[in-house]
Design a protein around this ligand. Structure first.
Ligand SMILES: [Zn+2]
Length: 900
């Protein structure tokens, strides 16, 4: 503890920060008990919070963990402050068998009786009511609880994972699963130090948030004692047990290590190098050194998410971070983004934590925003700026639903906390921050972030604290004015360009007003009394034009110098849609070359949104918007256009499919022909990957598919070292259409590395024949497939139009078996399959089936509502757009091979 404190103060002296606040000692004062009558315990609260009977100050946790056994045992001692005398304390548990509970008051100990009950909205008991036979006086007391518990079955709490026949134990606590590992006050607002001690078999190692202080061996078991942590909320506590290997980065401050399962440490080098390079960039941006004494990065062989930002002990899904020199560009980009996101959380989320889950966006939106910012500095060639624009544009599609939720909204149950981990929190949150940064200026924004982190270090804060800090440094109220209209209500503002006047030849006058964007099938009432504070910008499409910007609350006229046509929302910096008159679209698309890549993304996304709103004819989309692919060279812009082709493919009927395929080939084929066969850069690799898949999948390019068989064979052979891995992987996926499902399974089960495993898994999910689809789904439900991989098999089979009908029918026929494999919240994603319906009978059928199923899964209500609404919008769009598409494709004389 002292070694660590000295290290920390040395670190902080370097940049003028203070060390963490002093920790309360685990010593309790003697106090006087009263003889007041014993009231009953308070009921579970409707807001999902614990009643304020006790405030935790410090935890001492001792766990006996042997991952080869089915259960673990523990003793937790929690120093609490009782604000008033009480006979009851309520905290959280889930699944533990409590053997003994006492309260220590000074020198005396009182036994406590134990009852459990569900918190508001929970499907299982998760509140622990401890009751004494007499009143316990106010002040500091220690709750001491001994228990045993089964290891988790849903990749949450303290759970086991196997790699190469070795057993390991890991934790995953966010949002509300620390309570499965130890009784605790499981709310993010309670930040306290933790003293962790783990007793494990002596052939294993144990790690946790803080560094090891000492260890002792006795009777074949080793007890690891860790230094006390800095103040942490329960969801950021973490530990791991097993026969690990360690790869240490040489000479870094803080010490950085990669912890892997046995025999895998050499694969961690690329990720470790990335962490070592990115951490100083983050520290520089935040103006505060890395807050903790050490940094462990942990590759977990069975993991529900991509990564988890536990303070000083970040866990990752192993196939996302254990990459060798043959990793594809897609895998490398993914790793760098994931690593940066989790590292950014060490400041945003860990050092300063949201007060409650309603502000989860502060954690996730900020980490997402910071990832684009820092990756762009670390690897400018990745195009992270364009990624940021593309992701903001795509989340607007989800935010256009009537069932969309506000970024900041009440969370009153464990299920609602889980539902908050969605695109609105991550992507819309990041987009709003990007918009505020643009409007406030990058320097003022950064200074505000510095002040926010300094003022709330080691504690908790709210979104309003951050906005006030940015406003203070910018000397305006714009951050708060903009954000308050965006954070608390769902939806996307639509800036309608009523008219454009270019008559002067020197300036453009645009009259605009705002509405709420609504796609076909969902119209919103105009909201004149509750508009967004939209930072609206537009500029002439002439090169070098300066944008005119205005905070837009009501209808107004803006004037920009230059000539028509004009671009709106340059750089896609604003979170809003723009509706041009239909007649403006063709000239605008002709001028697209003059726009920045980010602006192009916004123009294309706006045109597609207007099509989905029924305000842009399908003919204009097919004849003027999508042919932009033909001239475009930037990878992200082409990918955005290809994604529209995919969305259109959902609407196309069998009779129209050949014409649609011909249209797709006319767009994509020439691009593919231009990519050289030899060495290409990452951008070309990624582009070839996207185009190759779409050319075969939507374009029915039989000659290319045949050629890819050969590419796939070469990729699997010794020649693979010289082949572009992105091309090899997409070839493998497409060649798997005619592959033997059992052989594809064997490739997964015998893969030598997590990276090879991930590639083989994608291929195994590439089958299309009905019998093969069912064989792969049977396999997904078997014990041979890890929990983390079930989704990787099922989702592609359900998403691809060739295998969808068989896969969806399989899901219904095997629902109980699926839920057995994916119990609890692991099965939450299954209800999203209701969203694949695009005809009214299929939608009615989905609604009936999945509505009943969602009732048994925590946190599934909103995903189901969104899936059903997406499906109903698909029905409306299909009815409207398909006839226009048919007419347009017919007039262009397209024809071609039939589907399948
Ligand atoms: Zn995150």
């Amino acid at each position: 503890m002292r070694v660590r404190a000295a290290l920390l103060s040395a670190l902080f002296l370097a940049c003028g920060e203070s060390a963490p606040p002093p920790r309360p000692p685990l010593v309790v004062p003697t106090t006087q008990a009263s003889n007041a009558p014993i009231p009953p315990p308070p009921e579970a609260r409707a807001d999902g919070r614990l009643p304020p009977l006790a405030k935790p100050l410090r935890y001492a946790i001792h766990l006996d963990v042997d991952p080869r056994k089915d259960t673990f045992s523990g003793k937790v001692e929690i120093m609490v402050d009782l604000p008033e005398e009480t006979a009851h304390v309520v905290l959280n548990v889930r699944g533990e068998n409590i053997r003994r509970a006492t309260v220590r008051i000074g020198d005396s100990t009182l036994p406590l009786t134990v009852t459990t009950r569900p918190s508001h909205g929970a499907l299982e008991p998760d509140e622990l009511v401890l009751s004494a036979a007499r009143m316990v006086p106010k002040g500091r007391v220690a709750l001491v609880i001994e228990y045993d518990a089964p290891f988790g079955k849903t990749l949450s709490g303290l759970y086991r994972a196997t790699d190469a026949n070795e057993s390991y134990a890991f934790t995953q606590f966010e949002a509300s699963d620390a309570r499965r590992a130890f009784p605790c006050f499981d709310e993010p607002g309670f930040k306290t130090p933790f003293d962790v001690e783990l007793t494990v078999p002596s052939d294993m190692l144990a790690f946790s948030n803080a560094g090891e202080a000492s260890h002792a061996v006795s009777g074949g078991m080793t007890t690891f004692t860790f230094a006390p942590t800095a103040p942490l909320p329960t969801y950021l506590v973490a530990f791991a047990v097993g026969r690990f290997d360690i790869l240490t980065a040489p000479g870094t401050t803080p010490p950085i290590r990669f912890i892997t399962t046995h025999g895998r440490s050499a694969l961690a080098k690329t990720s470790l190098d990335t962490a070592t390079a990115v951490l100083p960039l983050l520290a520089k941006y935040f103006g505060i050194a890395y807050p903790y004494a050490k940094l462990d990065l942990v590759a977990v062989p069975d993991f529900g998410a991509g990564g988890m930002e536990n303070a000083g002990f970040i866990t990752f899904r192993d196939d996302a971070v254990l990459l060798d020199e043959h990793a594809s560009a897609r895998q490398k980009h993914g790793m760098v983004g994931l690593m940066t996101h989790e590292l950014a959380h060490q400041w945003f989320g860990d050092l300063v934590t949201m007060k409650w889950w309603n502000d989860l966006w502060l954690n996730e939106g900020f980490a997402t925003w910071a990832t684009y910012k820092i990756v762009d500095e670390y690897k400018p060639s990745f195009g992270a700026k364009v990624d940021a624009a593309a992701s903001a544009e795509s989340i607007m599609d989800q935010d256009g639903l009537g069932s969309a939720r506000a970024i900041r909204q009440p969370v009153a149950s464990v299920g609602q906390a889980m539902e908050a981990f969605d695109g609105i929190t991550y992507q819309k949150g990041a987009a709003i921050l990007r918009m505020i940064e643009r409007y406030a200026g990058a320097d003022a924004f950064q200074k505000g972030v510095h002040a926010y982190l300094r003022d709330h270090a080691w504690g908790n804060a709210t979104a309003d604290d951050l906005l006030a800090a940015i406003d203070a440094s910018a000397g305006t109220h714009d951050a708060t004015r903009i954000a308050t209209t965006y954070l608390d209500k769902p939806g996307v503002p639509l800036v309608v360009i009523d008219s454009v006047d270019c008559a002067s030849g020197k300036s453009i006058a645009a009259h605009v007003h705002q509405e709420r964007f609504g796609p076909l099938g969902k119209s919103f009432p105009p909201e004149p009394t509750d508009p967004w504070n939209v930072p609206f910008c537009f500029e002439s499409a002439a090169r070098g034009a300066k944008p005119e910007c205005k905070l837009l609350l009501e209808a107004t006229t803006l004037t920009a110098s230059g000539t028509c046509p004009a671009f709106a929302n340059p750089d896609a910096a604003g979170y809003y849609r723009v509706a041009w008159p239909e007649s403006s679209i063709p000239p605008l698309m002709k001028k697209l070359d003059a726009a920045d890549d980010t602006t192009k993304i916004a123009i294309i996304a706006d045109a597609w949104a207007q099509t989905r709103a029924g305000k842009l004819n399908g003919r204009v989309l097919l004849a003027d918007v999508l042919p932009a692919i033909d001239r475009e060279t930037e990878r992200h812009v082409i990918e955005r256009l290809v994604s529209i082709l995919y969305e259109l493919s959902e609407l196309v009927d069998d009779a129209t499919w050949p014409a649609f395929s011909t249209y797709v080939r006319a767009r994509l084929g020439p691009h593919l022909a231009q990519i050289p066969a030899g060495t290409v850069d990452d951008e070309q690799r990624l582009l070839r990957r996207t185009l190759t898949y779409a050319e075969v999948d939507l374009g029915e390019d039989a000659a290319l598919l045949k050629k890819l068989d050969g590419v796939a064979k070469a990729f699997q052979s010794a020649a693979s070292a010289t082949l572009d891995p992105d091309y090899g992987q997409v070839a493998l996926e497409l060649a798997a259409r005619s592959g033997d499902p059992k052989e594809l399974q064997r490739a997964v089960e015998t893969a030598a590395t997590p990276q090879a495993h991930a590639i083989a898994l994608r291929a195994a999910a590439g089958v299309v024949e009905p019998a093969a689809v069912r064989t792969q789904l049977d396999w997904a439900l078997s014990p041979a497939v890890k929990l983390q991989d079930v989704r990787g098999i099922m989702w592609p089979l359900v998403s691809r139009h060739r295998s969808r009908a068989v896969a969806l029918a399989y899901v219904r026929d095997h629902w109980d078996a699926l839920r057995q494999k994916l119990p609890g919240a692991l099965g939450r994603g299954l209800v999203s399959m209701a969203g694949f319906a695009c005809t009214q009978p299929a939608l009615d059928d989905s609604r009936a089936f999945y509505t009943a199923k969602a009732k048994t899964i925590e946190g599934a209500d909103r995903p189901l509502a969104q899936a059903l609404e997406s499906a109903s919008l698909c029905v409306a769009l299909r009815d409207h757009l398909l006839p226009e598409m048919k007419a347009s494709l017919r007039s262009s004389g397209a024809g071609g091979p039939a589907r399948r």
